[in-house]
Design a protein around this ligand. Structure first.
Ligand code: AMP
Ligand code: MG
Length: 521
């Protein structure tokens, strides 16, 4: 296996001079060299064909022992020096100080077909940033990250990617619900990739430590490597950078809202400076449309990271980034102004996105009202978000109200509740919607085709990932491949996979791993 190695991060930024793998505060450095842990009995369970292509690795090479050993951390690829990155972050609204790659180890960067990829193992052992934890990952959370990051990519959502999912052969102790019931689980390693893994918290840590030299080096590196379109200099360069990060963050969150993805832990250490979805932990997908829903039981009390709050948190996190970049700008007003623009930009883009979900190509004055009313109506009775929007495309301009409702009823979890005031609200909404459709020039079939490119048919429902996990725990890995294959084409009708276009089964309603997830992974 010959890779086109092109390390930039570790070459251009300051390294920790201490080479000992001991847990500590790492100052004056962006990363620490560390060797991944040798594992007991590594086994590759799944490989992403697309990522193989992206990295210039052939299918044959992916089944070699070379591949197995490099991507489980058992062999260090020739002339490379793995490292863990230093970052800080705000967790659940509070400054948490140094966090860093506690269980991620960067292997190297590859430049192939003019694309730069940082290649990283998650769960490959402890690092100076591991704090009180073990640096390992379990199979359940690794399957979730592996499948979901690739699924997000195929949904057209900016995300980190995954190359491979492997078992380590080691046992890992976890207390899933943090309730004093630890148990051993299968250890696993995901090899994930992205242009870089730099987070908002990567800037925050140096700013908090008043280390403006490293802060500037990191910002200059990030801009020249990953934002080459920024040509300005001095303060303007950092302001232009902030504008880009802000806009990408908005775009990413709008995509999440479009498909009903709830990240679950939008701490600033989990916010990518590239606007990529990163760190798939206690994430979840909306089943019943519910603005107050979060899958993360660790956040159950305040629901800070609930579906309906993700845009606000995006802004809150950008505020922390602006604070971190302040020493490079030294003026509050321009940063403040860029933050003030967030809400109007978000609202306009959200409106456009929702128009798309409704199949509206033109813009009309009452669109905001129709969309707002829909959001309220969707929450009156439990209505499956994915099935509702996918079915909405079936509606014709000439449909009566009852025709229309007949076409989306499948999305209701309990039809018995569809009565009285709720029924009235739905009827009122469809009246508005059908009248609105009549102002559109697209034909019914054209609109359906258009809507099917925006409203996915298949998403990684929480219970689907859990089914794959339950099977994998028993040593059966076929479902991982089935879901991986299904989710490559989320917008296509795939008759062989029709069974996955279904509401969440009742057994999964309150099941751990489905609707309830913690940060324990
Ligand atoms: P997360 O909430 O998963 O983004 O993790 C927050 C911080 O905890 C990051 O610095 C992680 O590297 C670290 N962390 C999470 N799990 C582990 C683990 N099992 N071992 C070491 N560090 C961990
Ligand atoms: Mg994280």
């Amino acid at each position: 296996m010959k890779l086109q190695i092109n390390n930039t991060f570790s070459k251009e930024l300051p390294a920790d001079k201490n080479l000992e793998n001991s847990r500590r505060q790492v100052t004056d450095a962006c990363f620490s060299y560390v060797t991944p842990k040798k594992t007991e009995n590594p086994e590759v369970l799944h490989v992403s064909d697309e990522m193989l292509n992206e990295l210039g690795i052939s299918k044959e090479e992916s089944s070699s022992s070379d591949f197995l050993h490099v991507f489980t951390g058992n062999t260090v690829y020739q002339d490379t020096h793995p490292y863990a990155m230093c970052y800080g972050g705000h967790q659940f609204g509070n400054w948490a100080g140094q966090l860093g790659d506690g269980r991620a180890i960067n292997l190297f960067e590859v430049n192939y077909n003019n694309k730069q990829w940082a290649v990283q193992l998650k769960g490959a052992g402890e690092t100076p940033y591991s704090r009180s934890a073990d640096g390992l990952a379990v199979l359940r959370s690794s399957i979730r990250e592996y499948l979901c990051s690739e699924a997000m990519h195929h949904l057209g959502i900016p995300t980190t990617r995954a190359l491979s999912l492997s078992l380590s052969g080691d046992k890992v102790l976890r207390d899933v619900l943090y309730n004093g019931n630890p148990a051993y689980e299968k250890g696993a390693i995901v090899c994930r990739t992205a242009p870089n893994f730099i987070r908002f918290g990567s800037f925050e840590i140096h700013s908090a430590r008043k280390n403006n030299d490293i802060l500037k080096q990191l910002a200059d590196y990030t801009i020249s490597q990953f934002y080459p379109e920024i040509k300005s200099s001095g303060k303007d360069k950092y302001l232009d950078f902030f504008i880009e990060v802000r806009n990408r963050t908005i775009d990413m969150i709008i995509h999440w809202q479009r498909v009903g993805f709830v990240h679950g832990v939008m701490n600033t250490d989990n916010m990518s400076i590239m606007g990529l979805t990163i760190d798939y932990g206690p994430y979840g997908w909306l089943e019943g449309y519910d603005l107050s829903w979060t899958p993360n039981t660790t956040d159950a009390q305040h629901r800070r990271y609930r579906y309906g709050n993700q845009s606000y948190i995006g802004l809150w996190n950008l505020f922390q980034l602006a604070n971190a970049l302040y020493p490079l700008v030294e003026e509050v007003d321009p940063l403040q102004k860029l933050l003030e623009e967030y809400n109007p930009i978000y609202e306009e883009k959200y409106l456009d996105m929702m128009r798309g979900k409704l199949g509206l190509k033109s813009a009309q004055l009452n669109d905001k009202e129709i969309i707002g009313k829909l959001e309220e109506t969707l929450q009156l009775i439990e209505t499956d978000m994915t099935i509702f929007f996918r079915s909405l495309g079936q509606i014709n301009k000439t449909d009566s109200n009852s025709d229309a409702i007949g076409k989306i009823k499948e999305a209701f979890y309990s039809e018995i509740e569809y009565k009285g005031e709720t029924k009235q609200h739905w009827e009122d909404w469809f009246k508005l919607y059908i009248e609105r459709l009549q102002k559109e020039t697209l034909s019914d079939t054209e609109r359906l085709t258009y809507m099917n490119t925006i409203n996915p048919k298949y998403v990684l429902r929480n219970y689907m990932a859990q089914l794959a996990i339950d099977k994998a725990d028993k040593g059966e890995y076929e479902l991982i491949n089935e879901l991986y294959t299904l989710l490559k084409k989320p917008y296509d009708e795939q008759p062989v996979f029709q069974k996955w276009f279904a509401k969440r089964p009742e057994w999964a309603r309150n099941k751990v791993g489905c609707s309830m997830l913690s940060c324990s992974s």
